[in-house]
Every structure is written in C-alpha cells, then in structure tokens.
Write a protein that binds this ligand. Structure first.
Ligand code: SAH
Length: 514
C-alpha cells in the first residue's frame, strides 16, 4: 500500500485570499483535512467534495490532551495511504504547535512537511497600516503569547528585556492583556506607550481600538472586542489608521444588507458554492454546517452501462452540481471525455448546475425559468427538436440516490423516456462540532437546500434558536413543515441569488419592526 503523508498548511490570518497558492493546491488535493477553529469557511469549501473534513475544536481552555488526539488522527490517516492536510490558522509554526505535530509524524515514520502561512502577528498590524519595522519608530519586534499552556496566564518572560524591544506583538492575549501590560510597565516600559488591539484582522469583521499601554485592556473591553485579537505595543502603534466613520460604515451596510448577520448553511460544502459567496458578498458571516455530503462510489454499474450506449439518448438532464460531478467522474473513469457527448443535448435545472457544466466546457441547451423538475421536463419537451417528436425524447437523468423523481415522472407523463442513473449518493452526516456550537450561540437564519438536510436537522435535533428557517425551494419548504419546523422563507424562484436577496429584505424588515 502506498504511504500517505501529512502537510501542515498555513491558512493565513483569516481572509481566505491570504493563503498561499501552494497551500491551496494541497488543500484541493487532500483526502483528509483537519482544521481548527480559526480556519476560514471559504477555504474548507476548496476541499474535494468527498474529502473527509475533521474539525479539531481547540479553543482556549480545552484540555491539553487533545493535541495527542490530533497527532493520532494525523498519523492514522496517513498510514492508511491518505493525503492529509493539517490546516492551521496563520503560520503553522507561530504558536501553532506545528512542530509537535511534525515530530509525532516523524516518530511514526510518516512523511510530513510544512507550507508556511501569513501569520496574524504580521497581518494584523499590516491590515491597519502599522509597520512593525518603520524607520525611526522600530528596529526590532518581538512576538509573544499572552497565554502559556502551563499557567494559562502569560509565560515567565524576562519582562525587562521585552520592555526594551521597540514593538511587542501579543497573540492569545485577550484574557491576560491587563496582566501583560502591567508586567511590561513593571519591566520599565512607559505607561503612555501607544498601543492598538485588532480583532479578526483581514476579515469582514475586522475592527480595532487604540490606546496606551496603561489603558489598552480597558479600551478593548469597553469596545467589546472579542477573540481573535492581536495587540501591538510601541511607537509604531501610532500609525494605526482611523477606524471607518459611522457614516461610511452605514453606507457600506446599505450595499451589504446582511452585514452583521450570521447565516448557517446546511448544505455540503464545495469549492464552487455560489450561495456562500453571495451571502458573504452581502456582508453575512457564514457558518458551514453541512448535514449531508455527496459521495461518489467507485462502482456504478448502471451509470457505466448507460454511458456505453449514449447514442440511445437525445438528452442528458442534470438536476444538481453533484450530478454533473458524478457523471463526469464516470465518463473519465471509462476513459472518455466530452467528445462522447457530441450529438446529445444537455439540460440543466438551474444556474449552479449550468455553471458546473460550463466549467467542463459544456453549454446547457435548456435551462428552465424556474428551477424545478417539472419545469426542467417542460424545457426539454418544448425545446425545438430535429430528429423526433418532442414527446418521445429519450432522456438520461444522472442523479443522487435521494434525489427527487419529479423530472422523470413529468417526462414519462408526457410520453418521453426517462432513464435515471445513480452517479452519487447522499450521505447524512453530523456537522463539525464547531458548527453545532456556532448554531447554539445563535444565528439569524439557517438555510436548507434539500429535504435530506431538513430531515437530518430534525433527526439531530439541532436548533438555531429563533433563527429564520429558509428553504431554497418549495420541496425543501414542504420537508420543513413535515418535520414540524416552521419554514420562514422560500424565495419566489428556487435559486440562491433570489434566496440571498429575500433573506436581506426579510431581516431588514424585521430590524425595522424592532
Ligand atoms: N499560528 C497563528 C497563531 C495561532 S494562536 C498565526 O500565525 O497567526 C491564535 C492567536 O492568533 C489568537 O489568539 C490571536 O491572537 C491571533 N489571531 C489569529 N488570527 C487572527 C486575526 N484574524 N485577527 C487577530 N488575531 C488573530
């Protein structure tokens, strides 16, 4: 059996675009991804749809034993011959325990290497215009932690020595900021030294407060800053640019109707997810809480048999992105490519499915105006046809095991031939522990894109408090009602764009009422 390997990949400071190209390449290829709390959602969606995603919710206060568990999982998966990515916030070797994981791999004889990332220690000051080595203001900087694993408080530094370093950058220093500041002052640093704390640097939630060494802890507390925070002490902190004015913020908020909203999405994550992109563009914080995932079985005899007689069909009708992916995998596995689809017409249920086809160089011949199986059948039957009468069209329908059969029954009702083939399976999964915790913390809306996700939500008795339960289409809405949950929103047309717009309008209306 081939041996697997582990790659420690730096995810960068929070903004997904700040990851390295090499890190992204590893992420996209990985069989297994272990990620921690600070890993951005958008990066996890770069994973292959069938990759195993394992959350290792190391948060402040978690028992230390967990590190050994993480090491064990890394080694175990690599020994099964898998490509394992350990995705770590910032840089894996800056207060990331990356070297410990590397040592564990070495001890187990598992190859392990590291892809560096942009550390928040550098990105947070940069994101507010603070240069840690600005000529005349600082010739050196130190990066320290405010929390040692032994005491929970700051480690036993030589505070007098630290007090003499031009710029001091504090990570994991939220809880102990007052303590660290007092120790630096006791070590000889002037209490009026400029200081700045940055929260969630490089993300849409970034904000910062300025003060002095003596009062920065109080200023951060007054502003309600919460983790993750980087604090910079030193003359250089004077360079922190002014926070955007209230007026500028509200102007921005008008264009971004979901600013400050937390939206959980229960669908399987994938790299091309338009829904997540639109939600974030509208200003929302997205919480990926996948309850289903698509798996592509290595064997699919029916689908392979259908592929061998593609000439028997007039159409291929795709009803999901996964259907496209699964069909494509079968095609490739059989040693063929897009040319074997020549002469066939292609229908896509909606824009996301059409986009998945487009990425493979195919343009859909028919897409219905509203995105239901019934309308897809209509679009196929009504499309001008040269070889035979419309109603006898022969349609291959690649689908998942749990997909709805509306398309096929509508086609058959009209006298057409519909042949479903299973190209993927939908598995019900438990959401990553971090996601369940985020739900409990409270969200403004939970979005469902399929009846199976609804049923899993009900089975696991998840709850988003008084969040609006939003369904992408009518069938999903009906599943909510069936499960005894109240569906708070279904857009007119079952597409993600309409859903995001409707959510923005609804939440704004609610805000106006309260
Ligand atoms: N390896 C990481 C640091 C892990 S320790 C790195 O190189 O960035 C976790 C600490 O990193 C947090 O307590 C906080 O101090 C800091 N941090 C990480 N991301 C941050 C962000 N986007 N904004 C502010 N601080 C951040």
């Amino acid at each position: 059996m081939k041996t697997g390997r582990v790659t420690l990949v730096g995810a960068g400071p929070g903004n997904p675009a700040l990851m390295t190209l090499k890190g992204l390449r590893h992420l996209r290829r990985a069989d297994v991804i272990l990620y921690d709390r600070l890993a951005p959602d958008a990066l996890l969606r770069q994973a292959r749809p069938d990759a195993e995603l394992i959350a290792v919710g190391k948060s402040p206060g978690d028992p230390l034993g967990r590190q050994e568990e993480i090491n064990d999982v890394l080694v175990d998966r690599a020994r099964r011959g898998l490509r394992v990515v350990r995705l770590k916030g910032g840089d894996p070797f800056v207060f990331g325990r990356g070297r410990e994981e590397m040592n564990a791999c070495a001890a187990a004889g598992v190859p392990c290497n590291v892809v560096p990332g942009i550390s928040s220690a550098l990105a947070a000051p940069a994101s507010i215009g603070v240069s840690l080595t600005h000529r005349g203001a600082a010739n050196a900087f130190a990066v320290i932690t405010g929390r040692s694993s032994r005491s929970g408080g700051p480690p036993d530094y030589d505070w007098a020595a630290l007090a003499r370093i031009d710029a001091v950058v504090i990570l994991m220093g939220h809880a102990s900021l007052a303590d660290v500041a007092a120790k630096l002052i006791a070590g000889g640093r002037a209490p009026d030294t400029p200081a700045v704390s940055v929260e969630s640097a490089t993300t849409s939630r970034q904000r910062h407060v300025t003060g002095t060494l003596a009062n920065i802890a109080a200023c951060a507390a007054d502003a309600g800053l919460s983790n993750p925070i980087v604090t910079v002490i030193g003359e250089v902190a004077r360079m922190a640019r002014a926070e955007a004015s209230h007026a500028a913020r509200s102007r921005r908020a008008r264009n971004r109707p979901l600013t400050g909203r937390r939206i959980a999405v229960t669908r399987a994550s994938s790299s091309s997810d338009e829904l997540f992109r639109l939600l974030r563009r509208a200003g929302a914080e997205t919480i990926a809480c996948p309850l289903i995932r698509a798996v592509f079985p290595p064997d699919a005899d029916d689908a392979d048999a259908a592929l061998r007689r593609l000439a028997d069909f007039d159409w291929i009708a795709f009803t999901s992105m996964h259907g496209v992916e699964g069909f494509w995998r079968r095609l490739q596995r059989s040693g063929r490519d897009a040319r074997s689809l020549a002469g066939l017409r292609i229908a896509a249920i909606g824009p996301a499915t059409a986009a998945a086809l487009h990425r493979r160089g195919l343009v859909a011949d028919a897409t219905p105006r509203t995105f239901t199986g019934r309308d897809l059948a209509r679009a196929i039957l009504d499309a001008p046809h040269d070889r035979r009468s419309d109603s006898s069209a022969r349609v291959l329908c690649p689908r998942g095991n749990l997909a709805r059969t509306e398309l096929e029954s509508e086609l058959r009702r009209a006298g057409a031939i519909a042949e479903p083939v299973e190209v993927y399976r939908t598995e019900l999964i438990e959401p990553p522990p971090g996601a369940a915790a985020e739900l409990t913390k409270g969200v403004d809306a939970v979005v469902f894109c399929s009846p199976s996700a609804v049923r899993q939500y009900a089975t696991l008795r998840l709850s988003g408090g008084d969040a609006i339960l939003a369904a992408l289409g009518r069938t999903t809405a009906a599943a909510l009602t069936e499960a005894g949950l109240s569906c708070g929103l279904v857009p007119e047309s079952a597409d993600v764009r309409a859903l995001v717009t409707a959510l923005g309008e609804r939440l704004r209306r609610e805000e106006a009422l309260t």
